[in-house]
Design a protein around this ligand. Structure first.
Ligand SMILES: *Cc1c(COP(=O)(O)O)cnc(C)c1O
Length: 404
């Protein structure tokens, strides 16, 4: 239905756009969302429904076959021996830090320019977040800033593959080795992204550090129909510890050796994810195609910096984020809202300026790139279902505002 509708209207636009002063939204296409989960679901509905019904029929809602199947598929996809599913991405990070045996007061180096979960769990475990700056081009943690932040108390680095762009893991792993630090990758936004090392080897994000963490929040590149998360490691001993912690510190039922928590991926979510995992590469490619069309439209505009992509990394565009130069950002967002184009600021307040961290007493923390990006970034709709008409409509209105 949607297809017939859309193609008819495309003809309408093609034939008449010459006469239109600007593209008319209501006549042109399906509503634009930041993430269009409805249309994504529609495309795989029968398979997903069948998988969920199977869980309902066999009633193994917790740790059922769907969970084992998904864990095995994800482990194969990532080519990593140990995948431990859990309740959400925040838990994944928390459990990872617990498993490494970090102790109160230990310092953990992390970017401030990230979603709050990355930094929140550090504080929750009474570890000390040490915020460092990001690279102005990739928006990911800057290795030179990591080096400067290392003290005798530093125990771990938590790089974030922000917006779907891989952090510079090759350099980060060298620093970690030099100083004997753990690396926990926050891969919540970049599942399926890869990095080419200088020796020619290719590595998937989340599989490089001691532990990788991800989230299956519905809007993530691999999203469930609710909450979910997973933890990855190459290390069997660490995997056992992670499994224990996520399961009340027990390896034998009702014998609790260490203090843990209760963090599970339920069978319904696993069933959905197991279907969607098959489409992950295709989904990431759709996101890249949309990003390419955006960047082409904004090319050479002095007021817009489009996201950097490199020959060495595959960007999976969890977000498509512009840096604006000399543009009233709030004005642009309101103008787009009037045109029924959503746009978001990820993130309006960096972690080191959040009220929750006032107890850390951080007046000396100077993160100029983070502060600059916080003021200048804007993210446009990006998802697996964006079509060429929608993208034309969005870029047309962005440029109309910016060039006015
Ligand atoms: C989404 C996200 C998380 C947390 O995931 P939840 O499943 O929502 O707990 C952590 N870090 C980053 C960078 C994220 O984008």
């Amino acid at each position: 239905m949607v297809c017939i509708f859309a193609s008819k209207l495309r003809c309408y636009v093609d034939c008449t756009s010459f006469f239109l002063p600007s593209l008319e939204y209501s006549k042109v296409m399906v509503p634009i969302q930041m993430v269009d989960l409805k249309r994504q679901y529609a495309a795989i509905k029968s398979e997903v429904d069948q998988a969920v019904i199977e869980v309902m029929n066999n009633t193994a809602f917790i740790n059922g076959k769907a969970v084992t199947d998904f864990t095995t598929s994800l482990s194969r996809y990532l080519n990593i021996p140990h995948v431990i599913p859990c309740a959400n991405g925040t838990d994944a990070l928390q459990i990872a830090m617990m498993a490494l045996g970090l102790e109160p007061g230990d310092e953990v180096i992390t970017p401030s320019f990230t979603y709050i979960a990355t930094t929140e769990v550090i504080a929750l475990l009474r570890l000390k977040p040490v915020f460092v700056d990001v690279d102005p081009i990739t928006f990911c943690i800057d290795p030179a800033s990591i080096r400067k932040a290392i003290t005798t108390k530093t125990k771990a680095i938590v790089p974030v593959h922000l917006y779907g762009q891989a952090a510079p893991m090759e350099e980060i792993m060298l620093i970690a080795k030099e100083f004997g630090l753990y690396v926990i990758e926050d891969n919540a936004q970049a599942i399926g992204a890869s990095i080419h090392y200088s020796d020619g080897s290719v590595h998937l994000t989340g599989t490089i550090g001691d532990i990788g963490c991800t989230s299956f929040f519905p809007s993530k590149n691999l999203g469930a129909f609710g909450d979910g998360g997973a933890i990855f490691t190459q290390n069997a001993e660490l995997a056992d510890k992670i499994r224990m912690i996520a399961n009340h510190g027990q390896s034998k039922r009702y014998y609790h050796d260490i203090v843990g928590c209760n963090s599970r991926l339920d069978s319904m979510q696993a069933a959905v994810l197991n279907v969607k995992l098959k489409f992950l590469d295709q989904y990431n490619q759709s996101r890249r195609n949309a990003a390419t069309q955006y960047s082409r439209a904004f090319e050479n505009n002095p007021k817009i910096t489009t996201p950097a992509t490199s020959a060495c990394n595959t960007h999976v565009f969890h977000q498509y984020t512009l840096v604006l130069n000399g543009v009233d950002r709030d004005g642009l967002v309101s103008y787009l809202a009037e045109k029924q184009v959503p746009a978001m600021i990820y993130y309006p307040v960096p972690a080191h300026r959040q009220q929750m961290f006032t107890f850390l007493n951080l007046p000396d923390v100077n993160l100029p790139v983070t502060d600059w990006l916080t003021e200048k970034v804007v993210s446009l709709p990006i998802h697996t279902e964006l079509d060429a008409d929608q993208l034309d409509y969005i870029t047309h209105h962005v440029l109309e505002y910016i060039n006015k």
